[in-house]
Ligand binder design. Structure first.
Ligand code: PLP
Length: 364
């Protein structure tokens, strides 16, 4: 039997160990100077003025929304096909969620449908850069300006990718990234909020640190405004810094992997490999496929110990957000057909060939 192929796998090495050991030796394992350095490096990569480290991508979205004043009584538009965290983050602020269908081949929010869904309580839109494909920011920025809505971006899966040449994370008033375990850069759990606005940045720092803008002693500090504790520690940031050193190599690997699958499966009947805008700098973390008989293909891959991952269920079919199916055609179809093919960092061409041949056989 051939070696199992994981769908995805975290990769760390001696660089992470060395940086974590330095933090331990420094005896300052809390949020501190290593967190600041990680924030600076992320801001450089993303081409933004500020980055603020937080405990997760979910919290990042919620704090970004709070930082621009979203809260109870407000409604926020969210795409129906995303990890449920996008919607849950809106709920964390006390606002309510309005689900809207997505584009059938890029899985981003359908902007025309979003515009039609704007109601009297709508205050913000949270588009999602699913698997590194940017939402249609040109249209979204114009729409939000015209209708006086806040634009907060869920870029959880888009670290290092671009939309029409511009880094994802630099659109809207703020963007949130996730450093959970299956992301391009991981800190185990963790997140980062990127913004070009000084006022949003200041508010984010207060929100993540109990209403303090500057780190205090925890004793007789002043807490002029309401905030919470969502800090990213030096230990996590140390891992993140070592991961950032691997970023360019990883992104090159993603491009190569997409090319292999395109050559291997691009002409296979019953499967569509959604386009990636290479020229615009778009890079997908995983190779995705829309497959007519996705269940059969998933089973065939599993039987050969080859990992894959199905797309999410549409959020409107999850118990906390239950709505009728009408109006969610694209999201329902993408969810039924969508499969992420093996995309771990050290995937070899031979492994991609093995996976592709199982896919072809299952679709015969
Ligand atoms: C699209 C999307 N949004 C939000 C999140 C939430 O990020 P986290 O798991 O770090 O809270 C994730 C990742 O898990 C995600 O994939």
């Amino acid at each position: 039997m051939s070696k199992p192929i994981p769908w995805f796998s975290v990769e760390t090495g001696p660089e992470e160990t060395e940086k974590v050991n330095q933090v331990i030796a420094s005896n300052y394992i809390n949020d501190g100077n290593v967190t600041r350095e990680f924030e600076r490096r992320c801001a450089e990569v993303l081409g933004v003025k500020h980055c603020v480290g937080v405990t997760s991508g979910t919290v990042g979205i919620a704090l970004a929304l709070m930082a621009v004043g979203i809260g109870p009584g407000d409604e926020v538009i969210v795409p129906d096909l995303t990890f449920i965290a996008t919607a849950n983050a809106v709920r964390l602020t006390g606002a309510s969620v309005r689900l809207v269908d997505v584009e059938p081949r890029r899985f981003a929010l359908d902007v025309a449908k979003a515009e039609a869904a704007i109601g009297p309580k709508t205050r913000a839109i949270v588009p999602v850069d699913v698997n590194g494909r940017g939402a249609d920011y040109v249209t979204l920025e114009a729409l939000c300006k015209k209708r006086g809505l806040e634009l907060i971006c869920d870029a959880a899966e888009a670290f290092g990718s671009r939309f029409q040449g511009r880094p994802l994370g630099s659109f809207g008033r703020a963007s949130a990234f996730s450093f959970s375990a299956n992301k391009t850069v991981t800190t185990g759990q963790g997140g980062m909020v990127a913004t070009n606005e000084d006022a949003v940045h200041d508010r984010l720092r207060e929100l993540k640190d109990q209403g303090r803008r500057h780190q205090g002693t925890g004793g007789n500090d002043l807490h002029p405004v309401l905030g919470f504790n969502f800090k990213l520690t030096n230990l996590q940031a140390a891992v993140g810094l070592a991961q950032l050193d691997r970023l360019e190599r990883r992104l090159d690997g993603f491009r190569k992997r997409n090319r292999w699958y395109q050559e291997l499966l691009g002409d296979c009947p019953g499967i569509v490999l959604p386009a990636v805008d290479d020229n615009g700098g778009e890079i997908t973390q995983w190779t995705d496929a829309l497959i007519d008989r996705a269940d059969d293909v998933e089973k065939a891959l599993t039987a050969e110990k080859i990992g894959s991952r199905r797309f999410w269920l549409p959020i409107h079919r999850q118990d906390s957000y239950k709505r009728p199916d009408s109006g969610f055609d694209a999201s329902i179809e993408a969810s039924a057909k969508g499969l992420w093919l093996p995309s771990h960092f050290s995937l070899t061409e031979e492994e991609a060939e093995r996976a592709a041949s199982v896919v072809r056989r299952a679709l015969k």
